[in-house]
Design a binder for this molecule. Structure first.
Ligand SMILES: Nc1nc2c(ncn2[C@@H]2O[C@H](COP(=O)(O)OP(=O)(O)OP(=O)(O)O)[C@@H](O)[C@H]2O)c(=O)[nH]1
Ligand SMILES: [Mg+2]
Length: 208
């Protein structure tokens, strides 16, 4: 099995309108989820660098931030794609007007940008089944194109007691899990997440 080597990652642009987004020239993975769920943190974990700004205060990310990354997946093969860090939804302290603008931008981005091949819907492991998350998941499923996939990733898994970790893992049939710090390999690894992304973006199995 070839290891994955991240050759480079860089910030491209912060977009607040569709027209500001970069040309659709590579496959993209979009990170969607409630405010403070850990979207920016997960991008940093996947790319193995502090490239996306995260914060303990909700509402940190206020634009669609595009990051380009290039990975070596075999001695002679590199793959390039974009990660899109999005503003969170459900943040109470944002004005109604602002919320409306974000919602329409997010829904335009997710429905009209054909280069988005994978949407990762992040869910806080401690709050599984929230109505807002269910509504968003149903909306995403309803707008998904045949060549796009939607996956749930459970964040803040490390904050769950051990027995709850086992229960969540089993009830969701080995879901994708993100956690800050070391994760018990029984519950998945960073490599598993990275390979799942490559598989969706490039229809490519890199674990052989
Ligand atoms: N313990 C733990 N903390 C996490 C994890 N993921 C994120 N955090 C923390 O949660 C807080 C929010 O993380 P962000 O990555 O900024 O969350 P976000 O979803 O990008 O938030 P917005 O940009 O405001 O929508 C930060 O203090 C992170 O350190 C995790 O898996 N475990
Ligand atoms: Mg963020």
């Amino acid at each position: 099995m070839n290891p994955i080597k991240i050759i480079e990652s860089r910030f491209l642009i912060a977009a607040t309108h569709l027209a500001q987004c970069p040309p659709e020239c590579v496959p993209e993975v979009a990170f969607v989820g409630r405010s403070n769920v850990g979207k920016s943190t997960l991008i940093n974990r996947i790319l193995q660098c502090q490239i996306a700004k995260s914060s303990a205060t909700p509402g940190k990310t206020t634009s669609a931030n595009f990051f380009s990354t290039t990975w070596r997946v075999a001695p002679q093969e590199t793959l390039r794609f974009y990660c899109i860090d999005l503003p969170g939804f459900g943040y109470a302290k944002v004005s109604k007007q602002r919320k409306k603008e974000w919602e329409s931008f997010l829904s335009a981005l997710l429905t009209q940008r054909a280069s988005i091949k994978l949407i990762l819907h992040l869910i806080d492991s401690r709050h599984v089944g929230l109505e807002l998350d269910q509504q968003v998941h149903a909306f995403l499923q309803s707008v998904l194109h045949p060549d796009q996939s939607l996956e749930r990733v459970f964040t803040k898994f490390d904050k769950l007691p051990k027995n709850a970790q086992h229960a969540l893992y089993q009830s969701h049939n080995g879901p994708l899990i993100s956690a800050q710090g070391p994760l018990n390999p029984k519950f998945g690894t960073l490599l598993k997440l990275q390979r799942a992304i490559l598989k969706s973006l490039f229809a490519k199995n890199t674990d052989v």
